[in-house]
Design a protein around this ligand. Structure first.
Ligand SMILES: Nc1ncnc2c1ncn2[C@@H]1O[C@H](C[S@+](CC[C@H]([NH3+])C(=O)[O-])CC(=O)[O-])[C@@H](O)[C@H]1O
Ligand SMILES: O=C(O)C(=O)Cc1ccccc1
Length: 246
C-alpha cells in the first residue's frame, strides 16, 4: 500500500505553519504519515482483526469511524475474508474518502467495502456488531466525548464491541515526559527531523487532546460498557476493547 503514498514532508519546510487540518495536502501523504507516526500501526490493525474474529458473527456490520484512507478496513477485508462481515468506513473528509474508494478499487475490494461521508458524532446505525475508532476520538473536544461514546454504545447490538485506539498521556509528569521523548525518538528513527517533529507537535497542540488510560477506561464504563480492557500499549499509545453486555 505504501507504493501509492508519497512521503510526508509537510513539516519539512514552511509549507504548514497553521493548525492541523485534513486537507488535500495531508491526504496525499497521509498513509506514509500514519505508517511513520503511529507505533505498531499494522500490528494494532491485525490484533483488532483477531478480536473481530472472536466477537462477531457472520452477517455483522463493522463501522470504522474516522476511516481516513480506508487502510484498516482493507486489511480487515483481507484477513477476515471468509467471515461474511460488512465493512463500512465513515469520515467527513471528501478527500480522504476519495482515496479510500480508489484504494478499494485498486485492491479489487469495491464489493466488500463501503465508504460514507458523515459526521461520526451524529451517526445512527443501530444493530452494529463493532465500531472501530482508531486515533480519532483524540480529535473530538473532551466535553463531547461522553456523548460520542454513548452514541456508539446505543448503536451496538447486545454483545457488540468498540475497539478504540488513542494516543494517551500519563498524569505522572516524569513518566509522561519520558514517554513523549521515546515517541519522538521513534519518529526520528522513522526519518522525521527534530524540526519536523517540533512543528507537528505545535500544530497538534489544542487539537489532539489525549486522555490517560484511566480516563478512557472511566469514559467507557460510564457509558455502560461493563467489560473494558486494553489489548495493546506502546508507551503513550493504547488500544482498548469495550464489550456491550449481551
Ligand atoms: N467529526 C468527524 N466526523 C467524521 N470524520 C472525522 C471527524 N473528525 C475527524 N474525522 C476524520 O478522522 C480521521 C482521523 S485519522 C484516523 C486514522 C485512521 N482511523 C486509521 O487508523 O488509518 C488520524 C489522524 O489523521 O491523525 C480523519 O480522516 C478525519 O477526517
Ligand atoms: O505525529 C504526531 O506527533 C502525532 O502525535 C500524530 C498522530 C498520533 C497518532 C495518530 C495519528 C496522528
Amino acid at each position: 500500500m505504501k507504493k501509492h503514498s508519497p512521503r510526508d514532508t509537510l513539516f519539512r519546510v514552511d509549507s504548514i505553519n497553521e493548525d492541523f487540518v485534513f486537507n488535500e495536502h495531508v491526504v496525499e501523504v497521509f498513509d506514509d504519515m500514519l505508517d511513520r507516526s503511529v507505533p505498531f500501526y499494522g500490528e494494532v490493525i491485525r490484533s483488532s482483526a483477531r478480536l473481530l474474529d472472536c466477537f462477531l458473527h457472520s452477517g455483522d456490520t463493522v463501522y470504522d469511524l474516522g476511516c481516513a484512507t480506508g487502510t484498516t478496513l482493507l486489511e480487515f477485508s483481507r484477513i477476515l475474508e471468509r467471515k461474511g462481515l460488512h465493512f463500512i468506513g465513515i469520515d467527513n473528509s471528501a478527500a480522504m474518502l476519495d482515496k479510500a474508494r480508489l484504494k478499494a478499487k485498486i485492491y479489487s475490494k469495491e464489493d466488500s467495502l463501503d465508504f460514507l461521508k458523515e459526521d461520526i458524532t451524529t451517526i445512527h446505525h443501530p444493530g452494529t456488531g463493532a465500531f472501530i475508532v482508531n486515533y480519532t476520538m483524540q480529535f473530538i473536544r473532551p466535553l463531547k466525548r461522553e456523548e460520542f461514546v454513548q452514541r456508539i454504545y446505543s448503536n451496538l447490538r447486545p454483545g457488540g464491541i468498540l475497539l478504540l485506539s488513542e494516543k494517551v498521556i500519563s498524569h505522572d509528569r516524569r513518566i509522561n515526559r519520558e514517554y513523549i521523548d521515546i515517541y519522538h525518538a521513534f519518529k526520528r528513527s522513522r526519518g522525521y527531523s527534530e524540526l519536523e517533529i517540533a512543528k507537528k507537535r505545535e500544530a497538534l497542540e489544542n487539537i489532539l487532546i489525549p486522555f490517560s488510560i484511566d480516563e478512557n477506561r472511566a469514559l467507557l464504563s460510564n457509558c455502560g460498557f461493563q467489560s473494558v480492557e486494553t489489548y495493546f500499549q506502546w508507551f503513550n499509545f493504547a488500544s482498548f476493547i469495550a464489550v456491550k453486555p449481551a
